[in-house]
Design a protein around this ligand. Sequence first.
Ligand code: PLP
Length: 397
Amino acid sequence: MNRQNDGPGAPGLIYLDNGATSFPKPDEVYRFMDEFYRRFGVNPGRSGYDLCIESGDLVETTRRQLCAFFGGSDPNRLVFGYNATDALNLAIFGLLEAGDHAVTTHLEHNSSLRPLWHLEQRGVAVDWVDFDGRGYIDPDEVIARLRPHTRAVVINHGSNVIGTVQPVAPIGAACRARGIPLVLDVSQTAGMIPLDVEALGAGVICFTGHKSLMGPMGTGGMYVHESVELRQTRAGGTGVRSAQRHHLEEYPYRMEYGTPNLPGIAGLHAGVKWVQQQGVAAIHRFELDLWRRLRDGLRDIDGVVLHCADDDGSGERISVLSFNVPGLVAADVGTMLDVDHGIACRTGLHCAPMVHEHLGTDRIHGSVRFGLGPLNTAAQVDTAVAAVAEIAALARR
Ligand SMILES: Cc1ncc(COP(=O)(O)O)c(C=O)c1O
């Protein structure tokens, strides 16, 4: 990987919390955000003067860039929001209402779980599919739950806790055949593994910009396939046809509300460009090499429990790894990694409580999670393994 980022962050910090957000970003992202926002930071597409046209052009260029990135065919159906949570809310509330049925999994993040739990209280029936011991759902089990009144299937493509990537293509094909939108949460996989809306059979792809797409926080959105219509659950300014009393029906306005995050979209544009220059497949290969090094190192430490870290090549995965050190709660391990070793990681339930209920780690306040990124190095991984070995030895005393 093109690693030009040893500067930002605390000196000497080893940042292994890329599952939460990628950090640091490639230099190009910081530079382009700053330059673009200084020169063209006016409300995009709202007026006819040159600066406004320039800022609007960047939004449309990024729309086309991301549409192509996800294999979409209509850039207008690539809509910008503020993160994956925002997109998942628009998709889930835009598809389901009382009397409908939905299918989802125990691997979901709270950004899907909470909207679905909310709707369950209001007359939507939800079927929950569990994952197996290796961390994968069985596509046939999801397909078997589809009903005539199923209006959405909601699946987290890549687990932010155990890193398994779900085999969604057969589910997508079954959903497309029945006219059911597959809402795919690609928060963890976009920019990490190649994605194609047609190959996946997705109805709505919900993405966040600040993880492996290398953009800033406050960016994200969705690609809505031509076969899917989302009900509007918000209304507001669009900058066009302002006299109209109802929100515009056509995409992208249909799902965009108010002034967009222009500096964020500029950063996202630069982040996706960087990812495309490196190549998503090359990034995935690089991160999985680091992940195996980390997994093998941690596996050799007496007592350390790794969660769903088998890698026999039969399932896809991303580069997050969760583990526990017996005798210590995850938060204490996180503090020791931070204070004694200068390593930043994530601890707790990672906003995915049902995964922990399945693993039994809900009773011990969750797990420790290392999330690797394209700017990490083998030396950093080795330091992290040595640090966990030291912590585990202390816990055994
Ligand atoms: C699988 C998954 N879904 C959704 C989200 C929510 O992303 P955001 O906080 O950017 O909305 C995350 C972030 O951690 C995630 O890992």
